[in-house]
Ligand binder design. Structure first.
Ligand code: CP
Ligand code: NVA
Length: 317
């Protein structure tokens, strides 16, 4: 018997928005809207009948876990929740071995992890699609669901201006990738030392000359169609929370900052939110805030991703 090496099957992963072409991303967004409409009408759309999604969570989750689990169920399949403490990966079984074993049972793997390299290794050794459910570097499912929300509320995202206020984190990096691929302007206001990934920023600047990185939230928000932010301390940065609260205090999204945005501007936040820190209660609960639609769209967008990349034949092991 030949040992299983790296996967040589052509497999489509969803690790980064930047790995997909503009046409492919547009098709995903259209399919997500279509699946949302079907679900609202109660029309069956069991596109992944009998298929299984393995879900590895190295970090906590509410939205990602529930939306993937419910999503694959609505598509006719099932999800298997894998917490490191209860699988052998948590006792040191290599990612590459886990990847090859899961590839023999399941039809897709969703992974939420710390190091982005974990996802790259998982993808390299998996013969089934791997979906990034958040890494320290990127959160592509969330940002594409955010784009879907912008399209729903503002008609389109092309030509619009999005203001990112706060930490240059995984969300900021994925917004940069989205601006590059989907043709909108991104302005980021981040404190020094908390700026987005340099390479991702450089590629976005090259593709979208309007891309702006500033330390001034007012400059970023001026005339923006969308104002968005995230927690000041991401998962894994809990020890830095107090210092970050001090550094990020001038980066709070409040009514004064929202007043600088365009008329009809919307507010987005991937959640969970810390009211009174990165956003005031007033803005978070205002009519401009579309955070619940944004959270709901995780379900529809991820169903579109799964239906697109997990529709191939069952792995043969
Ligand atoms: N926005 C998001 O990914 O939420 P969870 O951490 O609850 O999955
Ligand atoms: N930046 C946050 C996003 C949570 C959905 C984190 O990584 O914790």
């Amino acid at each position: 018997m030949v040992a299983r090496e790296k996967s040589e099957r052509p497999v489509r992963h969803f690790l980064s928005i930047a790995d997909w072409t503009t046409d492919e991303l547009t098709a995903l967004l259209r399919l997500a809207a279509d699946l949302k409409a079907k679900q609202k009408r109660g029309e069956p759309h069991r596109l992944l009948e009998g298929k299984s999604l393995a879900m590895i969570f190295e970090k906590s989750s509410t939205r990602t876990r529930v939306s993937f689990e419910v999503g694959i169920f609505q598509l006719g399949g099932q999800a298997i929740f894998l917490a490191p403490a209860y699988i052998q990966m948590g006792r040191g079984e290599p990612i590459r071995d886990t990847a090859r074993v899961l590839s023999a049972y399941a039809h897709g793997v969703m992974c939420r992890t710390y190091a982005h390299d974990t996802l790259l290794e998982l993808a390299e050794y998996s013969s089934i699609p791997v979906i990034n459910g958040l890494s320290d570097l990127l959160h592509p499912c969330q940002v594409l669901a955010d784009v879907m929300t912008v399209i729903e509320h503002l008609g389109d995202i092309q030509g619009k201006t999005v203001a990112w206020i706060g930490d240059g984190n995984n969300m900021a990096n994925s917004w940069l990738n989205a601006s590059r691929m989907l043709g909108f302007t991104l302005r980021l206001a981040c404190p020094p030392g908390y700026q987005p990934d340099e390479a991702i920023l450089a590629r976005a600047e090259e593709a979208e000359p309007g891309t702006l990185l500033t330390e001034d939230p007012a400059e970023a928000a001026e005339g923006a169609d969308v104002v968005t932010t995230d927690v000041w301390a991401s998962m894994g940065q809990e020890d830095e929370a107090a210092e970050r609260r001090r550094i990020f205090a001038p980066y709070q999204v409040n009514a004064e900052l929202m007043a600088r945005a365009s008329d009809g501007a919307i507010f987005l936040h991937c959640l969970p939110a810390h009211r009174g820190e990165e956003v005031t209660e007033e803005v978070f609960e205002s009519p401009a805030s579309k955070v619940w639609d944004e959270a709901e769209n995780r379900l529809h967008l991820q169903k579109a991703i799964m239906a697109t990349i997990m529709c191939g034949e069952a792995p043969t092991g």
